[in-house]
Design a protein around this ligand. Structure first.
Ligand SMILES: NC(=O)c1ccc[n+]([C@@H]2O[C@H](COP(=O)([O-])OP(=O)(O)OC[C@H]3O[C@@H](n4cnc5c(N)ncnc54)[C@H](O)[C@@H]3O)[C@@H](O)[C@H]2O)c1
Length: 335
């Protein structure tokens, strides 16, 4: 399968490396507006013969079966639509699109043409998230109470999108995948500093049925890098720390039991459970390797991928609502 990649700044080269490493796919062409990036690609991957500053050359090439787009989010929709219009299967970087409307249009276009449309929600393909998913699906955590995620570091300040569009797609996509339900409502607060209108810190709350609460904290102005998620249920709790080299997931047999006294119905006793902690073995295969394989398999088997356009849309719905809420000082936005 011949792959064309558009955008080879920071992230694109990782996609090129993984698609080139696979037996069934070859990156035959790369486009980037910046010549220096193409020179870098020519040194790293000398087998790629077509290197162009014109994305159209790739979008229109009859030799190319599928296109991978790793450009800034504002370009995802126009480039993606063009790729689909030329009959190419499409893998788009996160965030899928800049608006819900764009996401819906891409999905419609791909369906009309029976083309595969996928989004790179990288973390879904990590061993850590796959392990957590198994615990939740097996019912090991019991009834879910909350999902609480922190993703903070110093920089990289973006010029075109705020911290929500930059960092939160990761947490929102993980939350969407693990919880498998849509929030009823969202509220968010955020702040822009340095005479800019682009928020560099934000807190997003998502409200679900049955008292399940989601919370995401993203920040470009933190002294240290933190990537930590807490998931709590009635039976067990999980801490997922992506900065840990090996024991990324820890499952705690901890919680509280409420004992209601039958004689005095208003008397509630809280009993704390503190059992063992286990750190399950997790698969450390690079997520992008699995994404490349999934994209190829979905095309080959003519099926939806694990992170298809609809997954991209669900995440964009939350990001868009969070941004609306920030502009309205934290107003609750019903979904
Ligand atoms: N999945 C992940 O973990 C992950 C990590 C980083 C970035 N990303 C995503 O990847 C995308 C790119 O991010 P980045 O950090 O690599 O940005 P970047 O600015 O480093 O690279 C983007 C490149 O796209 C090129 N470009 C822009 N418009 C173009 C066009 N019309 N035609 C050809 N080339 C064009 C630019 O010249 C630039 O080199 C973003 O959507 C970002 O959110 C995903």
């Amino acid at each position: 399968m011949n792959i064309g990649v558009i955008g080879c700044g920071y992230w694109g080269p990782n996609l090129i490396r993984n698609f080139n490493a696979m037996d069934n796919t070859t990156v035959v062409a790369v486009a980037d507006k910046r010549k220096e990036r193409l020179e870098f690609i020519s040194k790293q991957f000398p087998s790629i013969k077509t290197l162009t500053t014109e994305a159209n050359e790739i979008l229109q090439s009859p030799k190319i079966d599928a296109i991978v787009i790793a450009t800034p989010v504002s370009t995802h929709f126009p480039l993606g639509m063009e790729a689909l219009a030329h009959g190419k299967h499409l893998l788009l970087e996160k965030p899928f699109t800049a608006t819900v409307e764009q996401a819906e249009k891409l999905i419609e276009e791909a369906e009309k043409r029976n083309l595969r449309l996928m989004v790179d929600h990288t973390f879904i393909y990590t061993g850590a998230v796959q392990t957590i998913k198994k615990y939740i699906d097996n019912g090991d955590l019991g009834e879910l109470y909350y999902f609480d995620s922190v993703r903070v570091n110093l920089g990289l300040f973006q010029h075109d999108v705020n911290v929500i569009w930059d960092l939160a797609p990761h947490d929102v996509s993980i939350m969407d995948y693990l919880l498998e339900r849509k929030p009823k409502a969202i509220s968010a607060t955020g702040m822009a500093h340095f005479d800019s209108s682009i928020e560099n810190i934000a807190y997003i709350s998502t409200y679900y049925e049955n008292n399940l609460l989601g919370h995401i904290h993203v920040n470009w102005l933190a002294p240290v890098k933190v990537r930590k998620t807490l998931i709590s249920g009635s039976k067990k709790m999980i801490i997922y720390d992506d900065m840990e080299p090996s024991e990324k997931v820890k499952v705690y047999d901890k919680g509280v039991d409420i004992i209601k006294d039958k004689e005095q119905i208003y008397d509630m006793r809280v009993q704390y459970r503190t059992g063992d902690m286990i750190a399950p073995q997790i698969d450390l295969t690079e997520a992008l390797k699995k994404i490349s394989q999934e994209f190829y398999d979905a095309i080959n088997e003519n099926r939806d991928s694990l992170t298809d356009g609809k997954a991209g849309l669900r995440v964009v719905q939350i990001l868009e609502a969070a941004n609306k809420s920030i502009k309205a000082n934290g107003k609750v936005i019903e979904l």
